[in-house]
Structure formats: structure tokens, C-alpha cells
Design a protein around this ligand. Structure first.
Ligand SMILES: Nc1ncnc2c1ncn2[C@@H]1O[C@H](COP(=O)(O)OP(=O)(O)OP(=O)(O)O)[C@@H](O)[C@H]1O
Ligand SMILES: [Mg+2]
Length: 259
């Protein structure tokens, strides 16, 4: 199992400058950061089940602000850059941010698609680049968790899988709301974002436990904003992707005795 002792016990408040925000997105990423996202893309090839036509990859974390949306945007971009037809869906229906980050309209989006009956799915997709499409969150609904776990969501995803090579879901944090767990039966696997000097060890452990209890296949953890290693490219130097979250039998026994 990974040793998460490097994580702070208490969350450090991190203020980000406009410059930091600008640098976190695909088009402004520094060379080394882009390389790390490409490495993440490569590692996904090894962790995703072979032969699945259109894997659905969820991106979540334990708490707010750890870099889920940035990771989902940049991952979907590097997947599309390789020639795959990729769809990013903003499934954070409470505090959506993909549309804002990508400077596009947030409606119509996923909620409108899930609640509407007649319009074609293609009307809700925005083409960003040749192979890269985004469905924004849409209007804020009263029941995000139910919508995400609905049979309509399942039907919509099945239809979308016919048209894309990868679907990436930007999800809310696991420990805050149940929304991320509502899609557990609809996704191929989950990426968990961890932020150095920000994520809390206990929160992360609780998040991973909940994912396991919901039978989610955790593809790995993305280490965001890691300072260790320093070097020319500063905080981007250490975007890391861990191939698997290993658990030992003693961990399992301990968890079972706790439950
Ligand atoms: N590696 C990084 N370096 C600098 N700024 C970053 C980094 N990663 C994320 N940020 C900034 O941190 C803020 C939170 O990032 P992001 O919106 O991706 O997090 P999130 O986990 O999706 O948050 P939420 O839980 O609210 O949806 C954003 O302003 C983003 O630009
Ligand atoms: Mg987000």
C-alpha cells in the first residue's frame, strides 16, 4: 500500500494566483507538465481493461480543490491529441467549473440532456478541437446525485460510447457528496487526485475506502502540485501517476474489523 504519510494532517489553505490558474490548463502547460500528462495517458493504457471499446474514466478526489477539474481537462486533451475521439463531461453538478475554465457556456449541458426528452445528444456537445468534445454541467439541478445515478444517465452514456473512444467524467469529491459514488456502476475506473501539502491523509483513506466499498476500480492516484523534486519546472515537475493503489491483506483485515 502507498504510504500517505507525506500528506498534511491538516489542510493548508492554498491561494492561487491568476498566473497559476493560467498555467494549469492544456494550452498553457509547460513542457514538463505536458509530458507528465502524456505519461498518465500511457499508464492508463496499462491499467484500463484491454479491449474495452470506450472506457469511461472518472476523476475524483477526497476533498474540494485538489485539482480534479484541471486533471480531467488536461487528461482528456492529451488523449484527444493522440488521435482518439474524446468527450469530457462536467459531472460536478453542484459547483461546476469546466465551462468557466474552458471559457464556454455552461448551458445547455448534462442536466438539460438528462432531464430533456427530445433533443439529440449532439446538441449538448461543444467541439473544442478536432477530436475533443465537452458536455458542460448545464443548469444546476435540485437532485445531482439521483440524476447522475439514473437509468437515463446510463442510457446516455451507452449512446455516447458508440461515438467516442474515451469518456472522461469530472466528478465532485467523494467525501463531500455522494455524487461520485452514484456513477460507480457506470464507469470503467476512477482516477483519484491527491494534492501535496493540501490533501489530508485521513480524508484520502476515507475516500479510497468508500470507493472500494462501492466496487470502484481505482486506476491510480495523480499526485498534483507536488513540490518535492523541485527543478526547472517547479510544481509541475512531479505530476505523478501511480499505476495502482496496492492494498495488503493486513489493510483489508484492519478495515473489515473497523466496519
Ligand atoms: N498544479 C497546480 N498548480 C497551480 N494551481 C493549480 C494546480 N492544480 C490546480 N490548481 C488550481 O487550483 C484550483 C482548484 O483546481 P481544480 O478546480 O482543478 O480543483 P477541483 O478539485 O476540481 O476543485 P473542486 O473540488 O472545487 O471541483 C484552480 O484554481 C486551479 O487552477
Ligand atoms: Mg472541479
Amino acid at each position: 500500500m502507498f504510504d500517505f504519510d507525506f500528506l498534511k494532517k491538516k489542510k493548508k489553505t492554498t491561494a492561487f494566483s491568476v498566473e497559476d490558474n493560467r498555467k494549469t490548463l492544456h494550452k498553457n502547460l509547460e513542457f514538463t507538465a505536458t509530458e507528465q500528462y502524456k505519461l498518465l495517458r500511457t499508464n492508463l493504457d496499462f491499467t484500463l481493461p484491454q479491449g474495452e471499446k470506450c472506457p469511461v474514466i472518472g476523476v475524483t478526489s477526497s476533498m474540494r480543490g485538489e485539482g480534479k477539474s484541471v486533471t480531467a481537462i488536461n487528461l482528456s486533451y492529451v488523449l484527444a491529441e493522440k488521435g482518439n475521439k474524446v468527450l469530457l463531461i462536467d459531472c460536478d453538478l453542484r459547483i461546476p467549473s469546466v465551462a468557466k475554465k474552458m471559457e464556454m457556456h455552461s448551458t445547455p449541458g448534462l442536466t438539460d440532456l438528462l432531464m430533456g426528452k427530445t433533443a439529440a445528444i449532439s446538441e449538448f456537445q461543444t467541439k473544442i478541437l478536432k477530436n475533443w468534445y465537452i458536455i458542460p454541467s448545464g443548469s444546476i439541478p435540485p437532485n445531482p446525485s439521483e440524476l447522475l445515478g439514473s437509468s437515463r444517465m446510463e442510457t446516455v452514456l451507452e449512446e455516447l460510447k458508440e461515438a467516442f473512444s474515451y469518456i472522461v467524467l469530472d466528478l465532485p469529491p467523494v467525501n463531500a457528496v455522494s455524487d461520485a459514488l452514484s456513477v460507480s456502476h457506470l464507469i470503467t475506473g476512477m482516477i483519484v487526485v491527491v494534492r501535496e501539502n493540501y490533501s489530508e491523509k485521513k480524508e484520502l483513506e476515507s475516500c479510497l475506502r468508500q470507493l472500494r466499498l462501492s466496487n470502484v476500480h481505482v486506476l491510480g492516484c495523480v499526485m498534483n502540485d507536488a513540490k518535492s523534486g523541485g527543478g526547472l519546472y517547479g510544481k509541475y515537475k512531479k505530476y505523478k501517476y501511480y499505476k495502482e493503489y496496492h492494498r495488503t491483506s493486513s489493510d483489508e483485515e484492519k478495515e473489515e474489523s473497523e466496519n
